[in-house]
Ligand binder design. Structure first.
Ligand code: KIV
Ligand code: ZN
Length: 521
């Protein structure tokens, strides 16, 4: 299977779960990875790079599980240029209906120096490893890492070797985000013209955003004949990130007049997955981020608003609905019924079964009692909260009262339900959140380090919900928790407890006989 696209079809290869997740601090849990993979598959991503199976047991398990779960997408795993990596990768992806092995080696002078291989030795290694991968799987992608800083004659030579050894896709990475659009295009054009056998091959572009040119570089490569774009949701990725999926896909859609290529992406799913990736990675989307930023469709200045009211096209080059943002955002209030909620959530990408709807409806009513106007963002936060807290967990916040003011210290009274039994405690701290976290720690002592604490207002106004993300680290393993509430301290307590519940699950997985509840006073 070569996945050779038609002439104008650009294949979307999403690497949110590999290159994106590799970004320091963006670690996702197993369940979160499966959820994101499912959303990617549903939105029409052609290839999902699900992870780096040799990197850890967790990565291996996630790639295997995603391979079993995927309905349409090709599932790809990453492997360095050695047999052990490639075998492990195959073990994980072989469960997929359409598996792919992606193997790579750094080919630039700087990268060749690391394994201390000369050009001939590296060429031989490429031949042997690609041949090995192809003997296992008929869909093999090969990448010369740091291609944009590799000598052109050597790049042509190794690409030819990889093609002859059986690679079906050749990916050209701009690993350090160094190239510029014209150069990106020239490189693809040069390879397609000079390398024997290039005709039957899909060329891919993989750009990093260190100079802010990742999207432009990817699109330039497409114009020169690349037919696979490697990208991530929200541009997540190491350092300044990767090409953003939503940017290239929408650019090809909106400017199809000058870039006549198409993708298979259902763009109406963009907003939902953007929110989910931001939530599970803990990497918030900047307000003015193209396509998915909170302000991307906001028109505040008088001139803009006047123009928009007369004709939306005056200042908008795409419609909010195209990316899954409802045209009118003000939606519901406390008189809205179950049917209206179901239909609104469906519009927002959440098709709920009756029992799920009952649970969400109770939460919706509770929110509507405290907040007069419920916006789409509020409902999406409610859904994130429901998903993050699905299954209950060992710990639950039952009651919280904080006293804060100009006089330190601040204090918190907390009732925490631990496996069905209520425990009460009081604690002080440096501010209400610190006092609350100290109270939780008293009832559930642990050594996990608070690696991230982030608060985002879901909408405008003083009654807006706050979404809080918490990341905890224990023995090098990361767990996250999220929650939303109109009270920032309550959202913080729930997010912290959500992270602790995930920590308990993780500990139970690694040490099944340990009884965590012994530590609860
Ligand atoms: O940026 C890069 O070079 C990579 C490779 C592993 C393809 O991510
Ligand atoms: Zn990369």
């Amino acid at each position: 299977m070569t996945d050779k696209p038609e002439q104008d079809r650009v294949v979307i290869f999403d690497t949110t779960l590999r290159d994106g997740e590799q970004s320091p601090g963006a670690t996702m849990t197993h369940t979160e990875k499966l959820e994101i993979a499912d959303l990617l598959d549903e939105m029409g991503v052609d290839i999902i790079e699900a992870g780096f199976p040799i990197a850890s047991e967790g990565d291996f398990e996630a790639v295997s599980a995603i391979s079993k779960q995927a309905k349409n997408a090709v599932i790809c795993g990453l492997a360095r240029a050695n047999f052990k990596d490639i075998d492990r990768c195959w073990e994980a992806v072989k469960h997929a209906r359409r598996p792919r092995i992606h193997t790579f080696i750094g080919t630039s002078p700087l990268h060749r120096a690391i394994p201390n291989l000369d050009k001939d030795q590296m060429a031989e290694k490429i031949h042997d490893t690609v041949t090995h991968a192809r003997n296992l799987c008929d869909n093999v992608q090969w990448s010369p890492m740091d291609a944009t800083r590799t000598e052109h004659d050597y790049l042509c030579r190794v690409v030819e070797i990889a093609i002859k050894a059986g690679a079906t896709t050749i990916n050209i990475p701009d690993t350090v985000g160094y190239t510029a659009p014209r150069e990106s295009a020239d490189l693809i054009r040069m390879l397609r013209e000079k390398v024997p056998g290039a005709d039957g091959i899909v060329f891919a572009t993989h750009c990093h955003n260190d100079l802010g040119m990742a999207t432009a570089n990817a699109l330039a490569a497409v114009e020169a004949g690349a037919r696979q774009i490697e990208c991530t949701i929200n541009g997540l990725g190491e350092r300044a990130g990767n090409t953003a999926l939503e940017e290239v896909v929408m650019a090809l859609k909106v400017r199809n007049d000058i870039m006549p290529y198409r993708t298979g992406i259902d763009t109406t799913k963009i907003m939902n997955i953007s929110h989910r990736v931001a939530a599970v990675s803990g990497f918030a989307v900047q307000f003015n981020k193209a396509i998915v930023g909170k302000n991307a469709f906001a028109h505040e200045s008088g001139i803009h608003q006047d123009g928009m009211l007369k004709n939306a096209e005056t200042f908008e080059i795409m419609r909010p609905e195209d990316i899954g943002l409802a045209a009118t955002n003000l939606v519901m209030g406390k008189h809205s019924g179950r049917a209206a909620l179901r239909s609104k959530l469906k519009d927002l990408g959440h098709d709920l079964a009756d029992n799920q709807l009952n649970d969400v409806f109770v939460r919706f009513k509770a929110l509507a009692d405290r907040k007069k106007e419920i916006y789409d963002e509020d409902l999406l936060a409610l859904m994130r909260d429901t998903n993050a807290n699905a299954g209950g967990g060992h710990l639950q916040v039952r009651y919280l009262r904080v006293v804060c003011g100009t006089e330190a210290p601040q204090s918190a009274e907390l009732t925490l339900t631990v496996d069905g039994t209520d425990h009460e405690v009081a604690a002080t701290g440096d501010g209400p959140v610190d006092a609350t976290f100290n109270a939780i720690k008293k009832l559930f002592p642990h050594n996990a380090r608070l690696a991230l604490y982030q608060v985002h207002a879901v909408t405008e106004g003083t009654d807006a919900q706050a979404t809080v993300s918490v990341r905890l680290e224990e023995d090098g393993k990361i767990v996250t928790g999220q929650s939303s509430d109109t009270d920032t301290v309550v959202a913080s307590a729930k997010a912290y407890v959500n992270a602790l519940n995930n920590l308990v699950v993780r500990r139970e997985k690694t040490k099944p006989k340990e009884d965590e509840l012994k530590s609860v006073s």
